[in-house]
Design a protein around this ligand. Structure first.
Ligand SMILES: Cc1ncc(COP(=O)(O)O)c(C=O)c1O
Length: 379
């Protein structure tokens, strides 16, 4: 990360005392969510795999925690407005709707056209006035900012210190419940989840690695972290709507840059496979962004052997039609092919289009003379 992004501002992340205080605000509404070491997921990953179940909050996603602390902070400052406006793909909007209703504040949320029908319905059920505007989250966001200014309403951003303190409680719960975690995989949309994982790690004095996960079809955070400045990137993911952001938030990048170990990009195919895996292994439904963490761990599974891995099922709000389609789709078929390898395990270039993944026998460079490749074909 170069100097274009400024040094992390210490006050930007909640301290341990602030996270603990935030947990008291969150627990007024619901209890700590569970985290389990699932047997089948561990078997699939080839190592201990813990899953944090943020799909079990009252809105089915971790975002509610931030809404509760954001509104609590407004109340503490004597600054509760009569109306809030925000933009969302659905889970932040449900969080706003829940917290606004509890405080008697009117809530208007802007979503892009074609947004999840069931997330839209869930927001409306919480009393939200929903406006569909724009082709993507960024257009909705810009419209929401203008709308709030025009109406004199309070615009709630997607990234803010008072959201982070609430969201940090979920990583604080996870890291305290499973102190042996070596690495956690955190999906990135606008960055509150990733920055909260960093906050919890620093607050608890842990040394675990935090790996950021972006959609391979929405790479602004990966590109921006690599470039050391905000880099806009097109969004074309069909499945990971919670991660479908076109322009990274500079303050989130400042926090992430020194603390994110590396970034993994997951394709929609990998996310769909992770949704099927999580369903088969745990019988929980994951939305795309909720499966991205597990998808990333699976992508890196050969490097994770012997480690305790933390993944987050951070949301389960996926339309019935989408989840039915994903579960019904045939996963890529794998078959094992054992072939003699050329000297020192290097595969000729033309093999690489036919074979996928590392040699199953010896993932690194080997001298065995035999490669065991999985071949992949679509049904
Ligand atoms: C289920 C889910 N996962 C991940 C994200 C990304 O979170 P953040 O915007 O905090 O980076 C979102 C954002 O809405 C989400 O809903």
């Amino acid at each position: 990360m170069n100097a274009v992004l400024k040094e992390i501002h210490q006050g930007a992340l909640p301290s341990l005392a602030e996270i603990e205080a935030a947990s008291r605000v969150v627990y007024r509404e619901f209890q700590a969510t569970p985290q389990y070491r699932w047997g089948l997921s561990s078997q699939r990953l080839g190592t201990d795999c813990w899953i944090k179940h943020e799909n079990h909050t009252p809105v089915g996603a971790f975002k509610i925690r931030g809404g509760l602390t954001y509104f609590d902070a407004l109340k503490q400052r004597g600054a509760l407005p009569t109306e809030v406006v925000s933009a969302t793909r659905g889970n932040h909007g449900q969080s706003m709707g829940w917290a606004a209703r509890a405080r008697g504040v009117a809530c208007t949320i802007v979503v892009p056209r074609g947004n999840s029908l069931e997330k839209n319905a869930a927001m409306r059920a919480l009393g939200v006035t929903l406006i569909e505007h724009g082709e993507d989250f960024q257009e909705s966001r810009e419209f929401a900012i203008a709308l709030a200014a025009e109406r004199g309403a309070h615009m709630v951003p997607s990234f803010h210190a008072d959201l982070l303190s609430g969201v940090s409680t979920y990583w604080w719960e996870f890291m305290r419940a499973v102190p042996q975690l070596d690495v956690v995989y955190v999906p990135i949309g606008q960055g509150s989840g990733a920055c909260s994982a960093i906050a919890a790690k620093l607050a608890l004095g842990r040394s675990l690695r935090i790996v950021g996960v972006v959609s391979a079809h929405a790479t602004t955070y990966a590109d921006s972290l690599a470039a050391g400045r905000v880099v806009e990137a097109p969004v074309s993911t069909h499945l990971a709507d919670g991660m479908a952001c076109r322009i990274a938030d500079a303050s989130a990048l400042n926090i992430m840059a020194p603390h994110i170990h590396h970034i993994v990009k997951v394709t929609d195919d990998e996310v769909a496979q992770a949704m099927r895996d999580l369903y088969a292994d745990t019988h929980n439904v994951a939305e795309g962004a909720g499966a991205a963490s597990f998808a990333a761990a699976m992508q890196e599974r050969t490097q994770l052997s012997g480690q305790t891995v933390g993944t987050t099922l951070c949301g389960g709000n996926v339309d019935s039609a989408t989840v039915a389609k994903v579960l019904a789709a045939s996963p890529p078929r794998f078959s094992l092919r054992v072939v003699r390898c050329p000297p020192w395990g290097a595969a000729p270039a033309d093999w690489q289009s036919q074979f996928r993944g590392p040699c199953l026998k010896n993932p690194g460079p080997c001298r065995s003379g035999v490669l065991r490749w999985r071949t992949q074909s679509r049904a």
